[in-house]
Write a protein that binds this ligand. Structure first.
Ligand SMILES: Cc1cc2nc3c(=O)[nH]c(=O)nc-3n(C[C@H](O)[C@H](O)[C@H](O)COP(=O)(O)OP(=O)(O)OC[C@H]3O[C@@H](n4cnc5c(N)ncnc54)[C@H](O)[C@@H]3O)c2cc1C
Length: 395
């Protein structure tokens, strides 16, 4: 593995960082990560604005095939993710650009590609994910939302939950049950694309513990979805679902976000004095910072190795699980450390006393998502056990 970049890569990476640095200056007060994108009108408008800036430079389609606007490589996409992560800039639809588009490119008909990819690339459509249900999360294949074929439509009835951003997005990808009598439960599922304005869809707020509105319950009552919106084939949606989950990539954005956080915290420790000494002279604080820096470096190396493997199409199925666990759990430790370091100043997000505009307090509230959404870390460890270590599969 050779991490040395070519001159062109260095130049392009710098360009990503330059543009993201400028966009960071436009960030609404208190904007922090994915949740802020969905949590306020201002955050959503900022996300759309950044998205249009990226789209006009062709950065939403970097590693797509040329016929759909691609002009770069997987590694270019990695550098772009690093720049966005470091500056905590939104503008790339994680459900549309990051996960659904590559799935469509691999698994959908030409008709679906032509109808949906241009909108995703230009940020004209924004996407959510209607998978989990009140009784189907880790065991997603047991989901119950029914889709019955009637002429040229599927008629959907059921309930989805935890649907991130679905009060704002225009479209969603859904997994539904089309054959309730299939021998195995994952064999009766279909993956389809759903216009969120279709009559019969009710989106209800699922209030988060910080009282923000990022997540939803979505109720589907006789929702008619055109049959030609199926990705792949009827009753073969499980393979499409698994493919999409695998496109969660290397988490380099999250890792670069932590890189920035460590830089902030080191600066804070050097500049803040306690009992007439800089906080950075406190041994416990120094040790904790050093430990986080070591773990971050290890996470970054793993993420680069995975990105390199993806680029060469040599990625093992458990690689993404490994980096998800390592980066998610490290993020939790960074968030805990920062809020402890700030003491009472880490708990006054809405006041003028808040450090870093309340970023770390918000981040503390939200880091749980990284270890639950898109498959909990317990499930990721199961995947590593089965696929990586060949341990017996537990029933
Ligand atoms: C913030 C957030 C955002 C989300 N966004 C979306 C979204 O946009 N769209 C969407 O469809 N879903 C979304 N989800 C749902 C998410 O995918 C599920 O929460 C997740 O898959 C876990 O399912 P569950 O909540 O039903 O927990 P359960 O499956 O009930 O699990 C409960 C606990 O048991 C453990 N467990 C379960 N099975 C096993 C096992 N076999 N071995 C070991 N441990 C096990 C789990 O790890 C967990 O700790 C989101 C969730 C959160 C928290």
């Amino acid at each position: 593995m050779d991490f040395k970049l070519t001159d062109e890569q260095v130049k392009l990476r710098q360009e990503f960082f330059d543009v993201c640095r400028e966009l960071e200056k436009l960030k609404p007060a208190g904007f922090t990560g994915l949740e802020s994108t969905f949590g306020s009108d201002e955050g959503w408008q900022y996300h759309l604005y950044c998205g249009k800036e990226f789209a006009k430079r062709g950065w939403t389609t970097l590693d797509w095939p040329a016929e759909y606007g691609g002009h770069g490589t997987m590694m270019d996409r990695v550098f772009f993710a690093e720049a966005r992560g470091y500056h905590d800039v939104p503008g790339v639809d994680i459900f549309g650009v990051e996960m659904l588009a590559p799935t469509i490119l691999h698994a959908a008909s030409d008709d679906i590609k032509k109808r949906f990819l241009p909108g995703i690339a230009k940020m004209e459509t924004t996407w959510g994910q209607l998978w989990s249900e009140p009784n189907a999360g880790s065991d997603l294949a047991s989901l119950a939302t029914a889709a019955v074929r009637k002429g040229e439509y599927y008629v959907l009835n059921g309930q989805k939950t935890w649907s991130t951003g679905c009060h704002r997005v225009s479209w969603a990808c859904a997994v539904v049950r089309t054959n309730p009598n299939a021998e195995k439960k994952h064999q009766g599922l279909t993956f389809l694309l759903l216009d969120m304005k279709t009559p019969g869809i009710t989106v209800k707020l699922l209030k988060y513990m910080d009282r923000g509105h990022y997540y939803n319950e979505v109720f589907l009552d006789d929702v008619h979805v055109p049959a030609n919106n199926v990705v792949g084939k009827e009753n073969q949606g499980w393979a499409v679902t698994q493919m999409l989950a695998g496109f969660e990539r290397s988490n380099l954005g999250a890792i670069m976000c932590m890189q920035r956080q460590i830089e902030d915290l080191v600066k804070f420790c050097n500049e803040t004095r306690l009992s007439d000494k800089p906080v950075s002279s406190d041994r416990v604080t120094r040790n904790r910072l050093a430990q986080i820096a070591c773990e971050l470096e290890a996470a970054r190396c793993l993420a680069y190795r995975i990105a390199d493997a993806q680029n060469k199409k040599e990625m093992a199925p458990f690689d993404a699980s490994a980096v998800k666990i390592i980066s998610g759990e490290l993020q939790a430790r960074v968030a805990h450390f920062a809020t402890e370091l700030f003491g009472p100043y880490g708990q006054v997000r809405l006041s003028r006393w808040a450090k870093y505009d309340g970023f770390y307090e918000t981040w503390y509230h939200h880091q749980f998502r990284l270890n639950v959404a898109m498959g909990t870390n317990e499930i990721q460890r199961n995947i590593i056990a089965w696929n990586g270590l060949n341990l017996p599969r537990m029933k």
